[in-house]
Write a protein that binds this ligand. Structure first.
Ligand SMILES: [Zn+2]
Length: 319
């Protein structure tokens, strides 16, 4: 994927494209933003930029470097998944540090993507800081985190910080128009508005008549905000009708929670349920909610019993 294919976030794209065209690309970048805003995707684009062999318009998306990056098999791109046990340990950071001094195998630059740094402890961050202070040539570190404030000030001050937001509904609609040229723009606009710019949820809506799922998601969010556990249980029980319906509803709910986070950040949103949630719940609670919905999405992909899933989800959403 190339930078201009990334949906929304025009300011970030503008700043990054300027940096990519200059000789002085930062050696450390922090990408912050809520779940589902595309932090990992953007980190991947930056990695492609690092290994792109083209002379201009990096990442070109066509050269051998970009193709390997796309297939996740480039020897100069290292991905550290912070959600894996031990990935963010001080030992691992030290390993990365010594490895970073080895010249790239074949690319102009090496890229280290350290994803989901939310749980990186201070000693490991300090170990990382050493290399950020005196970075080897031709190495780029990209850290993703829900909020840069979680990281040490010293790490932040050595990095360029980019903040991502879910795209607004116009941007989402524009993206959908490109993806579905056969569908009339008015209808696509409705889908974009309904999902508050969450592309994944909008696609679900378009590809499978998601009105019922959207309505259920709104009702679930409402019950969460009001902390009506019995109502919520009745609603989550409805998910047991089919796995597909449950998945759709969860996607919609995730879209709504992202929308509520945008509303909390003072951005314009269309969903009334999301607005109400942003007024009643703290930002921290909204992040937790989005986290739990994301978790539910994963659980649903496993072969979980649907009757059990509804009850479990109810507890998760109120937790
Ligand atoms: Zn390329």
């Amino acid at each position: 994927m190339m930078l201009n294919e990334f949906v929304g976030n025009d300011t970030v794209k503008y700043e990054l494209s300027k940096a990519m065209a200059s000789e002085a690309f930062p050696h450390a970048l922090i990408i912050e933003g809520a779940k589902g805003t595309g932090k990992k995707t953007l980190a991947g684009i930056i990695a492609s930029y690092c290994v792109c062999l083209s002379d201009e318009d990096k990442p070109c998306g066509r050269c051998a470097g970009c193709v390997k990056a796309l297939h996740k098999c480039h020897p100069d791109i290292f991905v550290i998944d912070g959600t894996q046990p031990g990935a963010l340990s001080i030992e691992n950071v030290r390993k990365i540090r010594s490895d970073a001094f080895i010249m790239p195998n074949e690319a102009p630059k090496k890229a280290y993507l350290i994803l989901d740094c939310d749980k990186m402890l201070a000693p490991a961050q300090n170990a990382l800081l050493k290399i950020l202070e005196e970075p080897p040539l031709n190495v780029v570190f990209v850290l993703t985190v829900s909020s840069a404030n979680i990281l040490l000030q010293t790490v932040r001050s050595r990095s360029r910080i980019y903040t991502l937001y879910p795209p607004d509904k116009e941007e989402a609609a524009a993206y959908l128009e490109k993806r579905y040229p056969e569908i009339n723009p008015g209808e696509l606009n409705n889908h974009a508005a309904l999902c508050g710019g969450n592309i994944g949820a909008a696609i679900t809506g378009i590809e499978g008549g998601g009105e019922e799922a959207a309505a259920l998601a709104e009702e679930m969010l409402h019950a969460v905000v009001k902390r009506r556990s019995y109502d919520l249980l009745l609603l989550t029980t409805r998910l047991s009708s089919s796995r597909e319906f449950a998945a759709k509803s969860i996607d919609m709910l995730l879209g709504l929670s992202g929308e509520a986070i945008r509303a909390s950040a003072g951005l314009d949103v269309t969903s009334e349920a999301a607005k109400a949630a942003s007024e009643k719940l703290t930002l921290e609670r909204l992040y937790k909610l989005a986290d739990n919905i994301e978790k539910a999405r994963e659980v649903l992909k496993s072969n979980v019993n649907l009757n059990f899933f509804g009850t479990w989800l109810c507890a998760q959403l109120l937790g």
